[in-house]
Design a protein around this ligand. Structure first.
Ligand code: SF4
Length: 418
């Protein structure tokens, strides 16, 4: 039997300072803890080697936090430890997240030599005022310089992260950011809408204020980005991710395809053989747990059949590849008919499309994907509730969000208003 493949996620919980929108687990001002963390992290990877033996590792993602701030020497040690498992494939995708203010030529060369194949850079905006407002430590010019340095070091696969829906950001400003970044010719671009997360400084200041672009403006920004990027050869392969052909993030595709991955570090998640677990979001507790034998597992659950089917819908419908009836019936031994009926109804609204036997969202569909996916989950749950009265009762009582109007309906409504 061919061994399965596995992805590794390594969390580096250090940043030079905290951006005001960020709720990832990372600490600023904890540099003195880096060596202690590194020792614990390497020990944790080493003690997990037996669990990796049934796999080949084909993707490694070192994220954070700010791995580039952690430094190339530590990162190379991590990669060497992963190599020592004997399971890392020679052509594995190895990504390192970086911020423009900590991308030095020497470090980049060292990482390339160690086998890093891909860089994911946090750029966010080309507008210096916005960058400052959201607490980024770099200007647009510094980001461009860092990008050219990475190319000079020899990186052939660079991704750039951008954000839209920032405070007072206009559509023109977003268009300007996109056109500037497209001129760089990165291989991959991610566009994330700002989400105000409770507990972040930005939430305190901007929650429920008109300073944040409203839903319609954000929808326009997303649609504009999708169309512009497609025009420049960036294919949308997931709701927020666009790439030139062959430059899709293999590691992230693993999450959306529900393939196994193992995470290391505080707050890191793993999913192996339908067993899902995460580690504590606390640097010191993680270090103590690994080095002194305490508990580091925070949450732990075996995913049941229905949950796997739910995740299939939730994750796969985020991708351009979407879902297929054949795959669904084979994997879950369930009738795809009721779901297909709903997908066909969505098609009449312009939200879904059927191509080569696979259903996926169109751009208007992606814009309301949360609501549509909930509808699909309800259909699936209703199927499972047949013959289980208490489940049926729960479903009947559940509050439902109303379906939005399709573009055509909105147009007709506007015409009637004239
Ligand atoms: S650099 Fe990244 S991880 Fe660090 S605070 Fe900013 S957004 Fe969060």
């Amino acid at each position: 039997m061919t061994p399965q493949t596995l992805g590794l996620y390594i969390h580096i919980p250090f940043c030079a300072s905290k951006c005001s929108y960020c709720d990832f687990y990372s600490c600023a001002g904890k540099e003195t803890k880096m060596q202690e963390y590194q020792d614990a992290l390497l020990a944790h990877i080493e003690e997990s080697i037996p669990q990796m033996q049934q796999y080949f590792i084909d993707t490694v993602y070192i994220g954070g936090g700010t791995p580039s701030y952690y430094g190339a020497e530590f990162l190379c040690e991590i990669i060497q430890t992963i190599k020592s498992t004997g399971r890392l494939l020679r052509d594995a995708e190895i990504t390192v997240e970086m911020n423009p203010d900590s991308m030095m030529l020497g470090d980049l060369r060292m990482l390339l030599k160690e086998g890093v194949t891909r860089i994911s850079m946090g750029v966010q905006s080309a507008n210096n005022d916005l960058l400052k407002l959201i607490g980024r430590r770099h200007t647009y010019a510094q980001a461009f310089k860092a990008y050219t340095t990475a190319r000079q070091a020899g990186f052939k696969n660079i991704s750039v992260d951008l954000m839209y829906g920032l405070p007072n950001q206009t559509k023109e400003d977003w268009a300007d950011t996109l056109s500037k970044i497209i001129r760089w010719k990165p291989d991959h671009i991610s566009c994330y809408g700002l989400k105000l997360e409770e507990g972040t400084p930005m939430y305190e200041v901007y929650h429920d204020t008109p300073v944040i672009p409203d839903d319609d403006t954000q929808a326009d920004m997303y649609t504009y980005a999708s169309e512009l990027l497609e025009r420049f050869g960036y294919k949308r392969y997931e709701i927020s991710n666009f790439s030139h052909r062959g430059f899709e993030s293999q590691h992230n595709l693993r999450y959306w395809k529900m393939e196994d991955y193992m995470g290391f570090g505080p707050g890191a998640h793993s999913c192996v053989d339908n067993l899902r677990y995460s580690y504590v979001r606390d640097l010191q507790q993680y270090i103590n747990g690994v080095t002194k034998g305490g508990t580091i597992v925070d949450e732990y659950e075996k995913i049941s059949g229905l949950e796997v089917a739910n995740e299939y819908l939730m994750l796969r419908m985020r991708t351009a590849e979407g879902i297929s009836g054949e795959e669904y019936s084979k994997q879950f031994r369930a009738d795809f008919g009721p779901l297909e009926e709903k997908l066909k109804f969505f098609e009449t609204k312009g939200w879904t499309q059927l191509e080569n036997g696979r259903w996926s969202f169109t751009t208007p569909g992606f814009l309301v994907s949360n609501i549509l996916i909930n509808e699909l989950l309800d259909v699936q749950a209703a199927q499972n509730a047949i013959g289980v009265p208490y489940l049926q009762e729960i479903l009947d009582q559940r509050e439902r969000e109303e379906l939005p109007l399709s573009d055509e309906e909105l147009f007709l409504q506007a015409m009637r208003g004239f």
